[in-house]
Design a binder for this molecule. Structure first.
Ligand code: 0K2
Ligand code: SF4
Length: 314
């Protein structure tokens, strides 16, 4: 630590890190490894975090992208992001023992999209086209789902029945950006039905709210989270859109002395899939460079818990 450098205040966001859906999904893999002698396979990263996946691999879980890579007789776990119907059906056809770790809040979006289709409405899914959750939601609905990822796309999306349209959202979007997209959709389709931003989950909304508060005081923000994590990237963007340079820290190598150069107040948070150990690693690194004082910025309490994944079929 350099004595000549000014002290650093770290504003620690709260809530941050694991949400109830991530806790539940990781626990399902841990439990499966303990409770069965069969090989345990996970379709897709259980959550988008390399440290979590490496830890579960060390304990014996095997991660694949395709159901075809899962041998007969194995346990197949679906990730927190959800899967298309075709994957559920294929697993059933093959008689795989499935543990479905789809977050109940993602499942709620599936149900709502199906309900709207059954009511005769064309569904617009606000979300990122190539994201695994969006692929899952699109694949849960019989019929066309239009994916819209920006205001520009909202202004050009073509539907067959403009007076019978509904929208749902991916769970991990930017609240601010989504409001703009919804406003554009309402301009074009005044009769459109939808949940406003309510299907952006509580964890996503709370973590974004904490970053918004922190950027009022911070010179920089560090977001612990993986590059393929939608909700973690949105936290970085919330800071950046408020003019606060932000860094996505996938591992400690991403955190450089240059990033905190000249800063006196640093915000620190973690995406819903990032383990607390990453936050502690960042704090330790900062304390090696500067004299650090930590102040927690708590914007709300979180008490959400989900019932464990159903093991009845194992
Ligand atoms: O934010 P993402 O949807 O990319 O997913 P993760 O980073 O794995 O976070 C957990 C959320 C899973 C589903 O919403
Ligand atoms: Fe569920 Fe939200 Fe967590 Fe995704 S981020 S797993 S939707 S609680």
């Amino acid at each position: 630590m350099s004595a000549s450098l000014p002290p650093l205040t770290v504003l620690l966001a709260s809530p941050r890190g694991f949400c109830a859906g991530v806790d539940r999904a990781i626990q399902a893999v841990e439990d499966a490894l303990i409770r069965t002698n069969r090989p345990v396979y996970v379709r897709h990263e259980i959550v988008h975090n390399g440290q979590v996946v490496r830890d579960l691999k060390r304990k014996g879980a095997v991660f694949v992208e395709d159901l075809a890579q899962i041998p007969d007789g194995a346990v197949a776990i679906f990730s927190a992001h959800g899967v298309p119907r075709s994957v559920e059906q294929e697993a059933k056809r093959r008689g795989l023992a499935v543990l479905d770790a789809t977050c109940p809040l993602v499942r709620r979006v599936h149900v709502e999209a199906r309900r709207q289709t059954q009511a005769g409405r064309e569904v617009i899914l606000i979300g990122h086209r190539d994201h695994v959750e969006v692929e899952g939601t699109v694949g849960q609905v019989k019929g066309t789902v239009h994916v819209v990822g920006s205001v520009a796309e909202a202004l050009t999306v073509q539907v067959a029945t403009p007076d019978r349209v509904a929208y749902v959202t991916q769970t991990t979007l930017s609240v601010d950006d989504t409001r703009e997209i919804i406003a554009a959709l309402k301009e074009r389709f005044p009769a459109i039905e939808g949940p406003d931003v309510k299907t952006i989950c509580y964890a996503t909304q709370n973590r974004q709210m904490a970053v918004r508060v922190i950027t009022e005081r911070a010179d920089r923000v560090i977001v612990c989270g993986a590059r393929n994590s939608s909700n973690s990237n949105r936290l970085r963007e919330v800071a950046e859109h408020r003019g606060c340079p932000a860094l996505l820290m996938e591992d400690l190598r991403d955190l450089t002395l240059a990033f905190i150069d000249g800063a006196r107040v640093i915000g620190l948070t973690a995406g819903a899939s990032a383990p607390e150990i990453m936050v502690q690693q960042a704090l330790r690194q900062l304390a090696e460079w500067r004299r650090v004082s930590v102040e927690e910025v708590r914007v709300t309490e979180e008490g959400t818990r989900f019932a464990p994944v159903d093991f009845a079929r194992l």
